[in-house]
Design a protein around this ligand. Structure first.
Ligand SMILES: Nc1nc2c(ncn2[C@@H]2O[C@H](COP(=O)(O)OP(=O)(O)OP(=O)(O)O)[C@@H](O)[C@H]2O)c(=O)[nH]1
Length: 325
């Protein structure tokens, strides 16, 4: 019988831990002697995480757009190319952190109409601390998008539990369970979950969901990775972008590209992405100061940098007011 390629979709807001989970999944499948492949989608111009899974893992990079809208039509052809050229045992799709989950499921559904693929699960990674913070106000587009990502999940990882208290853990669990009573919730630090447990489970019939396996719309409310460059992608709330980064002449990157997403989707038209290319090494102290002063509306930044005062290169990460240099 012809091989049906299982597909897992990783969803979750910017910086929640999707790539961290991806690495664990790839390691798990490799241990089992399987050949995984990746579709990696970034709204930035450069895939900073590109080689993280290792060069031997076939990877389709979909950059400068979101698979739920602007480059949605490319998803089918990327999957088709991977399946034909690499014949992987399993494909994992890492969506952008701003992707609308139901739109990705729709795109995958389209692909499954003319390919032997089976969407097994949508796994949503939740940044527990970030959700707790947004839940205090219970409003805003980011809050609603996180809610949608949680509702559409067939499995949930409540990640970054090292950043919340025991009491808050219970609050978040109750909130997440209320939004999605169907998906198992696995609390974790750095997505360290039992992968067997995460991937197991009775899959829903394709006809029931209309799109393949265990994805769960039941509770859904329908409303070579740039290493030769020094780059930094940052995702900013639109109204704050101008003063937080673009006009920051004291750090004056010689080339600044701003990428404004004219998305039709209300779910993430509040987020825009910038890619900076530094033409020369930057001072580490000044850079740290810049990062420390970023407003909370800068959700996510990452990049590869050479500092003028040290000799080595740095992979720099910043997620929800949590710089990791
Ligand atoms: N403290 C803490 N940091 C974490 C945890 N999980 C991941 N991180 C860090 O958070 C940052 C973002 O993690 P990623 O796995 O890159 O998140 P992502 O969802 O892939 O990010 P985007 O693709 O940019 O949306 C990285 O620096 C991780 O090392 C966790 O449980 N606790």
């Amino acid at each position: 019988m012809e091989h049906v390629t299982p597909i897992y979709i990783l969803s979750g807001f910017l910086g929640s831990g999707k790539t961290t989970l991806l690495i664990r999944l790839i390691a798990h499948w490799k241990e089992q002697g399987l050949r995984p492949a990746i579709v990696m989608n970034e709204i930035g111009e450069v895939n900073i995480d590109g080689l993280i899974a290792g060069e031997e893992v076939p990877t389709a990079e979909m950059l400068s757009g979101c698979i739920c809208c602007t480059i949605r039509s490319d998803l089918s052809s990327e999957i088709a190319t991977l399946v034909q050229r690499e014949q992987p045992d399993v494909i994992v799709i890492e969506a952008t952190g701003i992707a609308n989950p139901m739109e990705i499921l729709d795109a995958a559904a389209e692909a499954s109409l003319y390919m032997r693929i089976d969407v097994k699960k949508m796994i949503t990674v939740v940044d527990a601390a970030h959700l707790l913070h947004l839940n205090a106000e219970q409003k805003g587009k980011t809050y609603r998008l996180m809610q949608e990502q949680i509702r559409a999940a067939s499995a949930l990882i409540m990640n970054k539990m090292d950043q919340v208290s025991e009491q808050d853990e219970e609050t978040i669990r109750q909130l997440v369970e209320r939004w999605n009573p169907y998906a198992p919730i696995l609390p974790a630090v750095r997505c360290a979950v039992n992968v067997e447990e995460l991937l197991q489970g009775e899959e829903r019939a394709a006809m029931e969901t209309g799109i393949g396996g265990g994805v769960n719309p039941a509770n859904f409310d329908t409303q070579d990775a740039g290493h030769d460059q020094q780059t930094m992608n940052a995702h900013v709330r639109e109204e704050d972008a101008a003063h937080s980064l673009h006009n920051d002449s004291s750090h004056d990157p010689t080339h600044v590209h701003s990428h404004d997403h004219n998305h039709a989707h209300d779910s993430h038209d509040h987020v825009m992405s910038y890619t900076y290319y530094f033409s020369q090494p930057v001072n580490s102290v000044e850079f740290e100061r810049l990062i420390a002063e970023l407003p909370r509306d800068v959700y996510r930044a990452k990049g590869i940098l050479t500092f003028s005062d040290t000799n080595s290169r740095f992979l720099f990460q910043y997620a929800f007011a949590n710089p990791i240099l």
